[in-house]
Design a protein around this ligand. Structure first.
Ligand SMILES: [Zn+2]
Length: 118
Protein backbone atom coordinates (compact mmCIF):
# COMPACT_ATOMS: atom_id res chain seq x y z
CA UNK A 1 0.00 0.00 0.00
CA UNK A 2 1.49 3.37 -1.00
CA UNK A 3 1.87 5.85 1.82
CA UNK A 4 -0.77 8.52 2.41
CA UNK A 5 1.43 11.42 1.32
CA UNK A 6 2.10 9.87 -2.09
CA UNK A 7 -1.59 9.00 -2.52
CA UNK A 8 -2.69 12.50 -1.56
CA UNK A 9 -0.18 14.02 -3.95
CA UNK A 10 -1.48 11.88 -6.81
CA UNK A 11 -5.11 12.68 -5.99
CA UNK A 12 -4.39 16.39 -5.74
CA UNK A 13 -2.51 16.34 -9.06
CA UNK A 14 -5.45 14.59 -10.72
CA UNK A 15 -7.83 17.05 -9.10
CA UNK A 16 -5.81 20.02 -10.37
CA UNK A 17 -5.86 18.54 -13.88
CA UNK A 18 -9.62 18.06 -13.67
CA UNK A 19 -10.05 21.67 -12.48
CA UNK A 20 -8.00 22.93 -15.41
CA UNK A 21 -10.19 20.84 -17.70
CA UNK A 22 -13.33 22.36 -16.20
CA UNK A 23 -11.93 25.85 -16.79
CA UNK A 24 -11.03 25.04 -20.39
CA UNK A 25 -14.36 23.40 -21.12
CA UNK A 26 -16.23 26.29 -19.53
CA UNK A 27 -14.37 28.61 -21.90
CA UNK A 28 -15.12 26.29 -24.82
CA UNK A 29 -18.78 26.28 -23.91
CA UNK A 30 -18.84 30.08 -23.71
CA UNK A 31 -17.26 30.08 -27.19
CA UNK A 32 -19.91 27.74 -28.51
CA UNK A 33 -22.63 29.97 -27.05
CA UNK A 34 -21.01 33.03 -28.59
CA UNK A 35 -20.87 31.25 -31.95
CA UNK A 36 -24.53 30.29 -31.55
CA UNK A 37 -25.45 33.92 -30.97
CA UNK A 38 -23.77 34.83 -34.27
CA UNK A 39 -25.73 32.45 -36.45
CA UNK A 40 -29.24 33.17 -37.53
CA UNK A 41 -31.66 31.67 -35.04
CA UNK A 42 -34.79 32.06 -37.15
CA UNK A 43 -34.03 28.93 -39.14
CA UNK A 44 -34.17 25.79 -37.00
CA UNK A 45 -32.99 23.71 -39.91
CA UNK A 46 -29.83 25.72 -40.32
CA UNK A 47 -27.08 23.06 -40.52
CA UNK A 48 -24.72 25.31 -38.61
CA UNK A 49 -27.25 25.57 -35.80
CA UNK A 50 -27.37 21.77 -35.62
CA UNK A 51 -23.58 21.56 -35.40
CA UNK A 52 -23.56 24.09 -32.59
CA UNK A 53 -26.21 22.19 -30.67
CA UNK A 54 -24.15 19.03 -31.08
CA UNK A 55 -20.95 20.73 -29.94
CA UNK A 56 -22.74 22.26 -27.00
CA UNK A 57 -24.06 18.84 -25.94
CA UNK A 58 -20.61 17.30 -26.27
CA UNK A 59 -18.81 20.00 -24.32
CA UNK A 60 -21.55 19.90 -21.65
CA UNK A 61 -21.12 16.15 -21.30
CA UNK A 62 -17.35 16.50 -20.92
CA UNK A 63 -17.89 19.26 -18.39
CA UNK A 64 -20.26 17.09 -16.36
CA UNK A 65 -17.73 14.28 -16.38
CA UNK A 66 -14.86 16.53 -15.27
CA UNK A 67 -17.00 17.97 -12.45
CA UNK A 68 -18.02 14.49 -11.34
CA UNK A 69 -14.37 13.50 -11.39
CA UNK A 70 -13.48 16.37 -9.04
CA UNK A 71 -16.21 15.13 -6.70
CA UNK A 72 -14.80 11.61 -6.79
CA UNK A 73 -11.30 12.85 -6.10
CA UNK A 74 -12.54 14.98 -3.20
CA UNK A 75 -14.23 11.92 -1.80
CA UNK A 76 -11.05 9.86 -2.25
CA UNK A 77 -9.06 12.56 -0.41
CA UNK A 78 -11.61 12.38 2.38
CA UNK A 79 -11.09 8.61 2.56
CA UNK A 80 -7.32 9.11 2.81
CA UNK A 81 -8.07 11.44 5.72
CA UNK A 82 -10.28 8.91 7.49
CA UNK A 83 -7.94 6.00 6.77
CA UNK A 84 -10.41 4.20 4.54
CA UNK A 85 -8.63 4.87 1.27
CA UNK A 86 -7.82 1.77 -0.76
CA UNK A 87 -10.51 -0.27 0.96
CA UNK A 88 -13.51 -1.43 -1.04
CA UNK A 89 -16.79 0.18 0.04
CA UNK A 90 -18.61 -2.95 -1.11
CA UNK A 91 -16.77 -5.78 0.65
CA UNK A 92 -14.23 -3.97 2.83
CA UNK A 93 -11.29 -5.80 1.28
CA UNK A 94 -8.24 -3.94 -0.03
CA UNK A 95 -8.49 -2.67 -3.61
CA UNK A 96 -5.75 -4.03 -5.90
CA UNK A 97 -2.83 -1.57 -6.21
CA UNK A 98 -2.95 -1.80 -10.03
CA UNK A 99 -6.56 -0.67 -9.96
CA UNK A 100 -5.80 2.25 -7.66
CA UNK A 101 -2.87 3.15 -9.85
CA UNK A 102 -5.06 3.24 -12.96
CA UNK A 103 -7.93 4.92 -11.17
CA UNK A 104 -6.86 6.57 -7.89
CA UNK A 105 -10.43 7.54 -7.00
CA UNK A 106 -11.68 3.92 -7.15
CA UNK A 107 -14.03 3.10 -4.27
CA UNK A 108 -14.54 -0.56 -5.05
CA UNK A 109 -12.49 -3.63 -5.85
CA UNK A 110 -12.78 -5.16 -9.32
CA UNK A 111 -15.08 -7.91 -8.07
CA UNK A 112 -17.58 -5.47 -6.54
CA UNK A 113 -17.29 -3.11 -9.53
CA UNK A 114 -18.23 -5.92 -11.92
CA UNK A 115 -21.16 -6.71 -9.60
CA UNK A 116 -22.32 -3.13 -10.06
CA UNK A 117 -21.36 -1.77 -6.62
CA UNK A 118 -20.38 1.88 -7.04
ZN1 LIG B 1 -15.17 -5.27 -3.04
Amino acid sequence: VPDDAAVRERLLADRAAACTQVEELTRDLAGVFAAAADVATDDEHDPEGTTIAFERAQVSALLDRARRRIGELDEALQRVHTGLYGRCVGCGRPIAPERLDARPSARTCITCATRGVT
